[in-house]
Design a protein around this ligand. Structure first.
Ligand SMILES: Cc1ncc(COP(=O)(O)O)c(C=O)c1O
Length: 363
């Protein structure tokens, strides 16, 4: 991968590029809480009241009541027994795998799972088997081949970041033996999917006691950090066994204060999710009308994969002509030669949404 040019985000839904202000549909700040005035105020207030950094592991002298408060509120928001914070969204998968190392005969992982799940699988200390992307029948084939006597863990994203597709978690659970564990990285579904924003499991109607969920606070919540959502017993086991938890400085307290505010806003304001759903629906239906293939899901991600040489430059020009930043990216999990990825937010204006739809459907 190569390092792209720096980009300056401005006014919540725009970027500055070469002297122009362009609508921004990149990234994953689905509700633009990263620039919400109350969230920014919570960062300042957190800094004033608590300082920047505890500068110690939570397991030595770095614990703070704010961490425990955020965990309690996260557990309530997601309807799970307990939550354990991590200092980035990449780490929760590693923490779970470190805690469960040695407990499984095989790990089955979606071939397009996020890199943090791929890394986490290494800690499980068992053979790793890839199954076809979101393919329940391929998963079943592997499960049948391994037989009943094996103890399996399945690792998958909930909502996949490259195109917003959703893993069939319910089908996986129905197909797995009762003693199998499902670890779902719901970094993108959390806050977005499901009636109350509880994520992919909520969307699929799965009881949360049947899976371990990991989330980030840097996407729908607009802040930073991550968490494991599961049982109290799992939380205890991670604390007892994960070197990441032992040897890592926890989140800066101003960010914890900000995450508390984000959670409060998302919990209290159903309008945010309704706006996100409406905005997503309006762009996706415009694209469908001209025959563009878009995921039939409520996920606010639209992926456009250029088919022919020349399509990239042509679409970039179309987007620029409509004052839209051409978010053409290369990212693991996405097409090898790159693709256009657009994230619709609750905060884009009608005009911005129309500009995006017109740019993608013209020509
Ligand atoms: C599926 C998934 N898991 C984990 C992460 C890591 O989260 P963070 O960037 O907040 O560390 C990401 C972020 O890109 C992600 O897409």
């Amino acid at each position: 991968m190569t390092e792209p040019a720096p980009l300056q985000q401005v006014k919540r839904t725009y970027v500055r590029q070469r002297g122009r202000t362009l609508s921004y549909f990149g990234g994953c700040d689905y509700f633009r809480l990263g620039s919400h005035p109350a969230v920014l105020a919570a960062v300042r207030e957190g800094l004033r009241r608590y300082g920047l950094n505890v500068a110690a592991s939570r397991l030595t002298t770095g614990n703070h009541r704010l961490y425990e408060l955020l965990e309690k509120k996260l557990a309530r928001f997601f309807g799970v027994e307990s939550a354990l914070l991590a200092s980035t969204g990449y780490l929760p998968n590693l923490m779970v795998a470190q805690a469960l190392a040695g407990e499984f005969s095989h790990a089955l992982i979606d071939e397009r799972a996020h890199g943090s799940l791929v890394d986490a699988a290494q800690f499980l200390d068992c053979p790793i088997v890839k199954f076809k992307h979101r393919d329940a029948s391929d998963l079943v084939r592997h499960v049948q081949r391994l037989g009943k006597h094996f103890r399996l863990i399945v690792l998958t994203d909930g909502m996949f970041s490259h195109d917003g597709s959703i893993a069939p978690l319910r089908v996986y659970l129905d197909a797995l033996p009762a003693n199998a564990v499902l670890l779902a990285d719901d970094s993108h579904g959390a806050g977005v999917l499901g009636k109350n924003g509880r994520g992919t499991a909520d969307h699929a109607g799965i009881a949360t006691n049947r899976i371990i969920q990991t989330i980030t606070l840097s996407k729908a919540f607009g802040v930073y950090g991550g968490a494991v959502l599961g049982t109290t017993a799992l939380r205890k086991k991670i604390i007892a066994r994960s070197p990441v938890v032992v040897g890592n400085t926890p989140l800066p307290l101003p960010l914890v204060n900000a995450a508390l505010k984000s959670l409060e806003i998302l919990g209290k304001d159903p309008d945010l999710r309704r706006r996100l759903a409406d905005n997503t629906q309006s762009v996706k239906s415009a694209l469908r009308q001209v025959g563009l293939p878009v995921e039939e899901t409520p996920s606010p991600i639209v992926a456009i994969i250029p088919r022919r040489a020349g399509d990239v430059a042509r679409l970039k020009n179309q987007l620029l002509a409509h004052r839209v930043f051409p978010s053409f990216i290369c990212y693991p999990g996405g097409p090898k030669n790159g693709y256009f990825r657009f994230t619709i937010s609750s905060e884009h204006s009608r005009r911005q949404l129309d500009d995006l739809a017109n740019a993608l459907t013209s020509g």
